[in-house]
Design a protein around this ligand. Structure first.
Ligand SMILES: *[C@@H]1O[C@H](CO)[C@@H](O)[C@H](O)[C@H]1NC(C)=O
Ligand SMILES: *[C@@H]1O[C@H](CO)[C@@H](O)[C@H](O)[C@H]1NC(C)=O
Ligand SMILES: *[C@@H]1O[C@H](CO)[C@@H](O)[C@H](O)[C@H]1NC(C)=O
Length: 184
């Protein structure tokens, strides 16, 4: 009898573990998703009025007009870029992407990103804060969505970044696929 009770207890323990595991897997489904684009026009000496991004640091042998050699290692750029709902540079912006990227490898194109989305539209009000490594040559890169304010109060998740366009070191457009796994 004891061994039978024991077996029943083990059965329920296994069921409980399976159920709690299932709950854990379910948490990987995003509670909110958002796809946005931002457009970075880098100052190159001739586009003072149009540029939304400036090189603010450069290694010894380089200057603040042209990105440095060695995969731009040592360059830091600060940006204030328009965010749009689609991939059209001329679409009405729904907010600004503000922050910086710094090139941090001599071996390949890779950057470290730290920026915020400041959204101000009829759909979204609030900010979303991002940080993470951006290995630019990889098709999709995941960075952390650290937190947010307003509509995104205490939200956390992952953003998948794709280079949607790249034009001769003057313009790039990133598609940002934001998946929140924690919503409030
Ligand atoms: C900046 O450096 C590039 C080469 O790295 C050079 O072609 C350019 O003339 C420099 N510009 C200025 C303003 O010094
Ligand atoms: C948000 O947009 C409204 C309407 O366009 C504008 O009046 C307001 O100043 C904007 N707020 C910020 C913080 O940019
Ligand atoms: C500003 O830059 C974008 C992207 O390179 C380009 O499409 C657009 O024609 C430029 N606008 C002006 C006024 O130069």
């Amino acid at each position: 009898m004891v061994s039978r009770r024991c077996r029943i207890a083990v059965f329920f323990l296994v069921m409980f573990l399976a159920a709690s595991n299932a709950r854990k897997i379910k948490q990987y489904k995003p509670c909110k998703e958002l796809v946005l684009y931002f457009h970075d026009v880098i100052y190159n000496g001739n586009n003072k009025d149009n540029a939304t991004s400036a090189i603010v640091a450069a290694p010894q042998e380089a200057n603040l007009t042209i990105l440095a050699g060695h995969f731009h290692f040592g360059n830091i750029a600060v940006f204030d870029d328009p965010i749009t709902l689609d991939n059209n540079f001329y679409s009405k912006p729904v907010g600004r992407a503000q922050g910086m990227y710094m090139y941090d490898s001599k071996k390949t194109f890779t950057a470290w990103l730290g920026f915020s989305f400041l959204l101000n539209s009829t759909h979204h009000q609030g900010s979303i804060n991002f940080i993470g490594a951006d290995p630019i040559m990889v098709k999709t890169r995941d960075i952390s969505v650290v937190s947010g304010t307003g509509d995104f109060f205490m939200h956390r998740g992952i953003a998948t970044i794709m280079t949607d366009a790249y034009e001769s070191e003057v313009y790039f457009r990133l598609r940002v696929d934001i998946k929140f796994y924690e919503c409030w």
